[in-house]
Write a protein that binds this ligand. Structure first.
Ligand code: ZN
Length: 99
């Protein structure tokens, strides 16, 4: 797996599909974009991450277009260490019953 330092994305190619810049070999410590969640989901996921002592970065975003009109972010973008991805995918699937 490769890593784009510009987008904080884990990608499969030598060139990032998002920004077209060159990627490098990923390190387990790299903080990578994991997903976008609405405010309710992100609160649940963050609570689970804190329970499990998994480090994360969250960034407030406008999840729905409509909320931008009212000027209040209502979603979060979650970044995790690449080495935690598999574990958090399981947590995510358990919380949100994804298959
Ligand atoms: Zn990129």
């Amino acid at each position: 797996m490769k890593f784009c330092e510009h987008c904080n994305l884990a990608v499969e190619n030598d060139i990032c599909p998002n920004c077209n810049k060159r990627t490098r070999i990923i390190d387990g410590e790299d903080m990578c974009f994991f997903g976008e969640y609405n405010i309710f989901e992100s609160n649940m996921l963050i609570a689970a991450l804190e329970t499990e002592n998994i480090p994360y970065i969250n960034q407030s975003i406008y999840f729905y277009v409509i909320s931008a009109k009212f000027g209040k972010p209502n979603g979060k973008r979650i970044y995790l260490r690449y080495s935690d991805f598999d574990r958090v995918r399981e947590i995510d699937a358990t919380i949100f019953r994804k298959k």
